[in-house]
Design a protein around this ligand. Structure first.
Ligand code: ADP
Ligand code: MG
Length: 267
């Protein structure tokens, strides 16, 4: 593969509260590809996702994350989002009183808005996407994702089930049209319906303009999403990468097999 990866993670080391969690993570993702990052609980999957989006608690001690050849490490989370990175939140917040539709329009306008004022001291007056245009876009995306239109009128995550939260994230992803999307799954409490919603959404949105990284410890999500690349993360780095067949091997042999395989070929 000669094409430069859109997202390139190079020997990434990350510490949380002084403790090293990621210990030399390497990963390459291109638009048009679906990757799965798997690994047992505590292996550092969420640490990687949070680092990617610029969570302030995660300190990059060495290595780099390049997006289109440029380091994102000095970029704020909103700049990363504007550049085309998207991360679905593992634990989305509820905002009673704000409908999902209004929230989505606001996020979209925040994306379109200029990052600074014109210097006059006035609040920028850029209006963003016209309401009618936004409604058409929203309707279009909801049809694509086979979501009921009434869903957009509900208050954001207020009383949403696990599956509905996932549905809201997928819709946000459809509206924001990122180039690289990272879906970090909760390690517990995600029922099969929610897994299927994520899978259906990813499959509906996948295409040449989108690269996806699905992070999960469940092999079973791969019954619904067919990744071209599977990476197994253990002890803070990718220990093994392969094609979709690697997920099947994991399913039958478990993570211990990866550990043993590594030990056989140990340096
Ligand atoms: P995974 O998502 O693969 O289950 P995590 O990235 O959540 O793994 O966790 C990896 C390790 O980092 C664990 O030992 C966890 O306790 C630690 N860790 C992650 N985030 C934090 C945090 N915010 N504060 C303290 N420790 C953390
Ligand atoms: Mg996690």
């Amino acid at each position: 593969m000669s094409q430069t990866p859109d997202l390139l993670v190079k020997d990434l080391h990350v510490a949380v509260e002084g403790k090293e969690i990621l210990k030399g993570l390497n990963l390459e993702i291109r638009k048009g590809e679906i990757h799965a990052l798997m690994g047992p609980n505590g292996s550092g999957k969420s640490t990687f996702a949070n680092t990617l989006m610029g969570h302030p608690r995660y300190e990059v001690t060495s290595g780099d994350i390049l997006f289109h050849g440029e380091s994102v490490l000095e970029m704020e989370p909103d700049e990363r989002s504007r550049a085309g990175l998207f991360m679905a939140f593992q634990y989305p917040v509820a905002i009673p009183g704000v409908t999902l539709a209004n929230f989505l329009r606001a996020t979209m306008n925040a994306r379109l808005a200029p990052p600074e004022t014109d210097g006059s001291g006035k609040v920028p007056t850029k209006k963003g996407i016209p309401p009618k245009e936004f409604r058409a876009l929203l309707r279009d995306k909801m049809q694509l994702l086979r979501m009921d239109e009434s869903f957009a009128g509900r208050y954001l995550n207020d009383g949403f089930s696990g599956g509905e939260k996932k549905r809201a994230e997928i819709l946000q992803m459809a509206i924001l049209k990122p180039q690289i999307a990272i879906m970090d799954e909760t390690d517990s409490g995600l029922d099969i319906d929610a897994l299927r919603i994520v899978a259906d959404g990813v499959n509906a949105l996948a295409g040449p303009d989108l690269g996806v990284l699905v992070i999960t410890h469940y092999q079973r999500i791969l019954n619904y999403i067919k990744p071209q690349f599977v990476h197994v993360m253990m002890d803070g780095r990718v220990q093994l990468s392969g094609g979709a067949d690697l997920a099947l091997q994991l399913e039958s042999k478990g993570y211990d097999w990866v550990r043993e395989t590594k030990e056989v070929g140990a340096r």
